[in-house]
Unconditional design. Structure first.
Length: 361
């Protein structure tokens, strides 16, 4: 059987080359394997697009809910999370459990001590990991997950605050929770409506929303973030320039009014391809670079002073600048070095290679 897409697709192709629809069908029969593969590819793409659109619709519903009915419980959740002296315990079973593990990791990495406790393991001794100063976030799409009964009962027995993330607004979990973040029901991307897809994405986004709102409420900075992310490119990009800059005798500097012969010697000896020009008051007056030398090659360069050649008001950064920011400045300005200053006084220099060496790129 030739489906509508194949008829349309090959009808168009036939018209483009002057063939009739009948001749196109003959071609269809002659190139069956190729055509079936094309149909399969089209079907897979249609499925992928449908999945994305369905999940987008679910997130749109969640955004509307947060703007309306969920606004109160969400604000209550942030206040409760800010007030606890202990940790956040995230729990859930199945796909909700996998999402819960990620949410716990996100909370922990953004300044809220948190970890995941599996409810089944909790029923066999891990309840001892939960202290009276903690707060529990229990996740269940239906709100009727039987494995959560033990940890819910434990929260009641020891007055441990319980936040439920569920779509079951009148479920067993919702009735026992102190705060209910009721995620709106939405169509699953699964064509049978069975595999958790849109629902798990919405619960994940709810967890991310909690983590980011807490991060902002606590004034969590990039420097704080680096404390929890010392490794990899992320940690490198959060490194401060003061930790990698060259200082002291390595810093290429000469005074204002110096002749270009001495400037060229300083550039050669320090190996950065530039030299900073320091005014009488110690401030950075300018910078002589390899580019400046090339631009004055036709002049009587050695008879000139640095003040006649230097680039005035060169780009600078402070020691507190993040490596990622410095890299962006270097790339956008098409330079390889940048001076580090405090109160416009040169205290260091950073080369592009320094940023690459620590893995900021």
């Amino acid at each position: 059987m030739v489906n509508g897409w194949l008829k349309t697709e090959f009808g168009i192709r036939a018209n483009k080359v002057g063939h009739s629809p009948a001749e196109a069908l003959i071609a269809l029969a002659m190139h069956g394997t190729e055509i079936i593969q094309m149909a399969d590819d089209r079907s897979a793409i249609d499925s992928a697009v449908r999945t994305v659109v369905t999940e987008q619709a679910g997130l749109a519903e969640l955004a509307r809910a947060l703007d309306n009915g969920l606004a109160g419980p969400f604000a209550q959740s942030i206040n409760a999370l800010r007030e606890i002296a202990g940790r956040v315990i995230v729990t859930g079973v199945g796909k909700s459990g996998h999402i819960g593990s990620k949410i716990a990791a996100t909370l922990a990495s953004t300044g809220t001590p948190a970890f995941f406790v599996h409810p089944v393991e909790a029923n066999h001794g891990d309840l001892g990991m939960i202290a009276k100063d903690d707060l529990i976030i229990a996740m269940s799409w239906s709100g009727e997950t039987r494995e959560l009964k033990g940890i819910v009962a434990y929260s009641k027995r020891f007055s441990i605050p319980l936040i439920a993330i569920t779509s079951g607004d009148d479920s067993a979990l919702a009735r026992e929770a102190d705060i209910v973040l009721c995620v709106p029901k939405a169509n699953e991307a699964c064509p049978h409506g069975l595999a958790p897809t849109t629902s798990t994405l919405m619960m994940l986004v709810m967890g991310d929303a909690l983590a980011i709102a807490l991060l902002e409420a606590r004034g969590f900075t990039a420097d704080n973030f680096r404390t929890f992310h010392p490794g990899g490119q992320l940690g490198a990009s959060l490194t401060k320039i003061g930790d990698v800059m060259h200082t002291g005798d390595r810093l290429p500097l000469i005074g204002s009014g110096t002749g270009m012969r001495d400037a060229i010697l300083e550039i050669s000896q320090k190996g950065f391809g530039c030299v900073g020009i320091v005014a009488d008051d110690g401030s950075l007056a300018g910078l002589v670079t390899d580019g400046d030398l090339r631009r004055h090659i036709d002049s009587d360069l050695l008879a000139m002073s640095v003040d006649e050649v230097m680039t005035v008001d060169p780009k600078t950064i402070s020691p507190d600048t993040l490596a990622a920011t410095a890299l962006q400045i270097v790339n956008s300005s098409a330079i390889t070095n940048i001076m580090v200053t405090e109160d416009n006084r040169p205290v260091g220099i950073v080369h592009l290679h320094d940023l690459l060496r620590i893995g900021a790129a």
